[in-house]
Design a protein around this ligand. Structure first.
Ligand code: AMP
Length: 335
């Protein structure tokens, strides 16, 4: 495994692989690697095969943070990260400084204007523009044949697919399943900021989302589903819901009615919830229920939602997505 901190080193190493038309599989990360990242890296290794190469980028991208204290306190574990990459069979680690990545005179950003309007996009202004911009740069630098992203960041994955489609990046995007702790909490770099108690409290979000999913499937109207989920969350002292939406899985636009759950399954539906608990660090949580009984839960943490809600410097926010997917399309759906 080789580690590079400059674009020039990375490009020089990749040149021979591009000349041979090797599979080049990219896994972009912000480091503080955990078992969720490890699964993506291992999937990349399999996809690349023996002859292909796996590139992991480790870069805490400053322009996707709209909160400077979140950026400053973002967990960083550079030594462990290299061990995880090595263990997963990564060939090249690209770990640039912000100065190496961005010109001080940077004047271009990549902006997704439709899917980013809701949920995390609405709560964290500028976040997805920062994500799209850094990924456009990474795609240009690495020129991967494939790139893997976690379904834990469901809205992000959908936006990346749109960016690749709309800007004609010649890269195949893969969505990887969410990896969780035994209690259902998804692995997340920001979980390092949560106390054990806070992690336990976050489980209520999963329960509320499962209840919402079941009610929605049973045909309960959207408003009632949302009210019941809100009540369950609200029973945990100090919680505040930032948003609670039932949205189309592809457009991320809120649904008003649950007229025909079966029909909506065909169209694709997601339940999304954001909660703040004052006094805690912010967290996002997404639950995705696969077809049948395969249940998944996403949790990551940060501070942006609480700040955007104009409230507290520190809070816990949980975003939950419940959906059921059709395996062929890899898009999560409720049925
Ligand atoms: P991050 O370092 O948080 O930017 O995440 C890098 C990539 O890993 C993204 O595509 C995430 O969706 C993915 N990821 C993070 N945590 C998990 C997890 N628990 N399960 C699956 N994928 C994950």
């Amino acid at each position: 495994m080789q580690t590079f901190s400059t674009k020039a080193q990375l490009k020089a190493a990749l040149l021979k692989h591009h000349r041979k038309h090797d599979h080049v599989v990219l896994v972009p990360t912000m480091g503080a690697l955990h078992d969720g990242h490890r699964a993506l890296l291992e999937q990349a290794r399999k996809l690349a095969g023996e002859d292909g190469v796996v590139v992991a980028s480790i870069f805490v991208n400053p322009i996707q943070f709209n909160n400077s204290s979140d950026l400053q306190t973002y967990p960083r574990t550079p030594e462990k990260d290299l061990e995880v990459c090595e263990g997963a069979g990564v060939d090249y680690v690209f770990s640039p400084s912000p100065e190496e990545m961005y010109s001080g005179e940077r004047s271009i950003t990549v902006e997704e204007s439709f899917l980013s309007a809701t949920l995390c996009g609405a709560s964290r202004p500028g976040h997805f523009s920062g994500v799209c911009t850094v990924l456009a740069k990474l795609f240009n630098l690495v020129q991967p044949t494939d790139a893997i992203f976690g379904k834990k960041d469901y809205q992000q994955l959908a936006i990346i697919r749109h960016m690749v489609r709309d800007l004609d990046f010649p890269v195949h995007i893969h969505g990887a399943e969410i990896v969780r702790h035994g209690n259902g909490l998804a692995y997340s770099s920001r979980n390092a900021r949560l106390t054990a108690e806070q992690k336990e409290q976050a489980v209520v979000i999963r329960k509320a989302m499962l209840q919402a999913r079941d009610e929605f499937r049973a045909g309960t109207d959207v408003r009632t589903v949302k009210e019941h989920a809100a009540a369950m969350i609200g029973a945990v002292p100090g919680t505040r819901i930032d948003y609670l939406e039932i949205v189309d899985a592809e457009t991320m636009q809120p649904l008003e009615e649950n007229r025909n759950p079966a029909l909506m399954a065909a169209a694709g539906t997601v339940i999304a919830l954001a909660v703040s608990i004052p006094g805690m660090s912010w967290a996002t949580d997404k639950i995705q229920a696969l077809t049948g009984s395969d249940l998944t839960l996403k949790v990551s943490t940060g501070q942006t939602v609480a700040l955007c809600a104009g409230a507290l410097a520190i809070a816990l926010a949980v975003i939950a997505l419940v959906s059921v997917s059709t395996a062929q399309r890899g898009i999560r759906r409720i049925e």
